[in-house]
Design a protein around this ligand. Structure first.
Ligand code: MN
Ligand code: MN
Length: 473
């Protein structure tokens, strides 16, 4: 006979069987809550020091050196080492007690972010003003870069082979730069009636750099010459030096707290520096791990991981033999294969969080939310998982069990509705080496904008989750 189920039994069933997304804020102990705020303060200073890929690598090296890590070829490293390539890629390792062939715990992330790069012939004048021409880097919405203060960062080699690292526009007394936007009164035909993707042309992203001429004297290009004179007087540059230079325009503001309760960090470049910071902090705190820990910070992710500083370059292949020799273990092609196959990795990249103003692009059951913790993403890609490294069930199980055991508040999420768009990460390039890898990172609102938003609670869980991963045996 059919037995009537009680309300209490339904509740018990619900509790036992159903999955519930959890809010980090609901689960934090008072001690952890304190650590959330403290971690965010350190994070903001990390972001302020790390506006470009080179500055990020420099800041990581600085923090590692302070924490007692040594360059890999340095003697007396005590098993905590790092190596830098071309000032744009860094690998660190903490040698474990077990042999390398038992496998490593690896986290990979990227240090580059979308921005405006100067062209090689950047400087020109028009209508009594001097400008720099740019070519944008990575996926930007061009309108977001108009009419806002920008800072100029980069590296220049002078004709005398002197290397100059620039950063103009970050200190309060510094000048800033700007792309002027058209007044609304005249924008109707050339901007407003066009599609958003066509309204702002790439060739109109020109940076106002000067407005005072040389003179008064009859000569061509007095404004351009005044800019060159300034660059020569202050940095010893001639125009040809700009051809080899790497100069980048990034938003000039420092990281800020967002909201009355200050629960969110607003800043440029949090894709992927939220994960970079979390992985670095976790690694620095790991002592004497069982399995060897390796963290890789790559460049050029935002342009498809092309070039010799990207995740497609043979960085790990160059780094691993050094670890074998540091540990005094023999390396052969077979042992390398065994080591990689036995290794576990996290592709530490941010996840696009559910935007409450645009629910139509998300599939709300499978979209990550701000405040619900570290986001585990089984697969990325677009239009049929194309371009994705789809993590295996066994590995996703292993990592979810680890997070649960260690009290990590995590969620799962994919980027947008099926066929809405999508995007990939560097997971697939590492997966090609044979290791297990899954995407796992911090949810971000306003991703790829000049002012990205990250929950301090999620940042803290990212760090805690990575640390639990690095310590796992
Ligand atoms: Mn990213
Ligand atoms: Mn990105």
């Amino acid at each position: 006979m059919f037995k009537k189920i009680t309300k209490k039994e339904v509740q018990a069933l619900e509790k036992r069987l159903s999955y519930h997304r959890r809010l980090v804020w609901d689960e934090l102990s008072p001690g952890d809550r304190e650590k959330v705020w403290k971690t965010a303060e350190d994070y903001k200073s990390f972001l302020n020091a790390s506006k470009t890929e080179r500055e990020t690598i420099f800041e990581i090296s600085r923090r590692l050196t302070l924490a007692g890590f040594k360059e890999v070829d340095h003697s007396g490293s005590k098993g905590r080492v790092f190596q830098v390539w071309k000032d744009k890629v860094l690998a660190l390792a903490i040698l474990g007690k077990e042999p390398l062939s038992r496998g490593m715990q690896i986290i990979v992330s990227h240090v580059d972010a979308p921005r405006l790069d100067l062209k090689q012939h950047p400087l020109y004048e028009e209508a009594d003003l001097a400008f720099f021409k740019t070519h944008y880097y990575g996926g930007i919405k061009k309108y977001q870069w108009l009419a806002r203060p920008l800072a100029l960062h980069g590296t220049i080699l002078t004709a005398e082979n002197k290397k100059i690292n620039l950063a103009i526009g970050e200190k309060e007394q510094d000048p800033v730069f700007s792309v002027a936007d058209l007044l609304p009164h005249l924008a109707r035909k050339v901007q407003m009636e066009k599609k958003l993707s066509e309204a702002i042309e790439g060739e109109k992203l020109n940076i106002l750099v000067g407005s005072t001429p040389i003179g008064p004297i009859e000569t061509k290009e007095r404004f351009k010459l005044a800019t060159l004179r300034y660059l020569h007087e202050h940095y010893g540059l001639i125009e040809e030096d700009l051809i080899s230079a790497e100069l980048e325009l990034v938003p000039a503001e420092p990281a800020r707290d967002v909201g009355l309760d200050r629960g969110i960090v607003g800043a440029y470049g949090q894709d992927d520096r939220a994960c970079v910071f979390s992985a670095l902090k976790a690694a620095i705190e790991v002592e004497k791990p069982g399995r060897t820990v390796v963290i890789l910070f790559y460049d050029k992710e935002e342009v498809g991981s092309e070039g010799n500083t990207s995740a497609r370059a043979r960085i790990l292949e160059g780094f691993l033999p050094r670890l074998f020799s540091l540990k005094g273990e023999t390396l052969s092609p077979q042992i390398l294969d065994v080591t990689l196959t036995a290794s576990r990795a996290i592709s530490a990249d941010v996840a696009g969080a559910l935007d409450p103003d645009y629910p139509e692009v998300h599939e709300k059951r499978n979209a990550p939310r701000l405040g619900c913790g570290l986001c585990l993403t089984k697969f990325t890609g677009s239009g049929g998982k194309i371009g994705s490294s789809d993590a295996h069930a066994e590995y996703v199980y292993w990592i979810r069990r680890l997070f649960n055991q260690k009290g990590i508040i995590w969620q799962t999420g994919e980027m947008g509705k099926v066929d809405e768009g999508g995007g990939g990460t560097i997971a697939k390039f590492l997966a090609a080496l044979g290791l297990e890898i899954v995407d796992c990172g911090t949810p971000v609102l306003s991703m790829h904008s000049p002012f990205e938003l990250v929950s301090k609670a999620d940042l803290y869980m990212t760090y805690k989750g990575y640390k639990a991963f690095l310590r796992a045996s």
